[in-house]
Design a protein around this ligand. Sequence first.
Ligand code: CU
Length: 252
Amino acid sequence: MKELTSKLLGMPPLASQNGQDVDSLIIYVHWLMFALFIGWIIYFFYAVIRFRRSRQPKADYVGVTSHTSTYLELGIVLAEAVLLIFIAVPLWAKAVDKFPDPAKSTVIQIVAEQYSWNARYAGPDGTFGKEDMKFVTAENMFGVDPSDPTAKDHVQVLNEIHVPVGTPVIMYVSSKDVIHSLKIIAMRVCQDAIPGLRIPCWFVPTREGRYQINCAQLCGFGHAGMTHGFLVVEDQKKFDAWLKSKKPLVLE
Ligand SMILES: [Cu+2]
């Protein structure tokens, strides 16, 4: 049933574990809206026929006396409350509160800029090292302290972010200039990139492939060009080889 609905709704391909819950919520909301649509359309035609001029030549000033509509409305409120309290809120709580263990995840820092995506990996030592806003320059947009020895092995890439399949990914999202929004539809994640803030978001990629990254905030003339960003999900071996092939960024 779920598959059929997602096909009917034209849902985009899903390639993450967490995205399953997002899709379920979208599907439930659409079922509810479908039921409301059918209900309203039946009532509409009933009213058009029942209260047509020839049958109802004189207006009735008392109107409806039954409480059916009140009960129906309460039923709708109840259905919406169930969706909100038992599905939407727990889903949101999981997304913002139940982060995977960073030691068992691919941790990436993202800095959006007009109009591309910069990503930084900690490198073989697994630590990002010292950072400060005062070190930020055109090349050093993550504000890495150049004197920090742990910063020597960092890998910085532009617009092509690789991650291994099956391993949770934690992204710390920020921006260099204006507000952008990192949206990876196949992963069902969307996080605003706000200057001065570094906001984490996470997902678990389950299917290998090359997925487009979109900017979900209108950020300037080149906004649409931010679709040049791609997330490549591949097996661990390929990912390791890719990361190794990247030269660490040398900061002066
Ligand atoms: Cu943008």
